[in-house]
Design a protein around this ligand. Structure first.
Ligand code: FES
Length: 101
């Protein structure tokens, strides 16, 4: 698991998008499928963790525990926290921001 965390935090020098999506990869979130959530974001946004979409709208990143383990798995978009995120909600979260002008 620590290998995974350092893998994701390795990419920190890229320019950031307007919305920074942070998937918590702390222990509680990880055991509840945070890595699958991360992969779903990667698939839909067509970028890898640590990268930014071409239109500079989204940056995808991983975080260590943000202290909301009771809500695991947790995703943050800028300052907004999403708890108990399920795989099939990932697309809706992205769309919420894509529709904003
Ligand atoms: S492990 Fe994700 S909030 Fe604690």
């Amino acid at each position: 698991m620590f290998g995974v965390i350092s893998f994701y935090s390795y990419f920190t020098t890229e320019p950031r998008g307007k919305y920074v999506i942070n998937v918590c990869l702390g222990t509680a979130c990880f055991v509840r499928g945070a890595d699958a959530i991360m992969r779903e974001f990667e698939k839909i946004l067509n970028i890898k963790a640590g990268e930014t979409t071409e239109d500079k709208k989204f940056t995808l990143s991983g975080l260590r525990c943000i202290g909301a383990c009771g809500l695991a798995p947790v995703v943050m978009v800028n300052d907004k926290v999403y708890g108990r995120v399920e795989l099939n909600q990932v697309k809706a979260i992205i769309e919420e921001y894509q529709e904003e002008a």
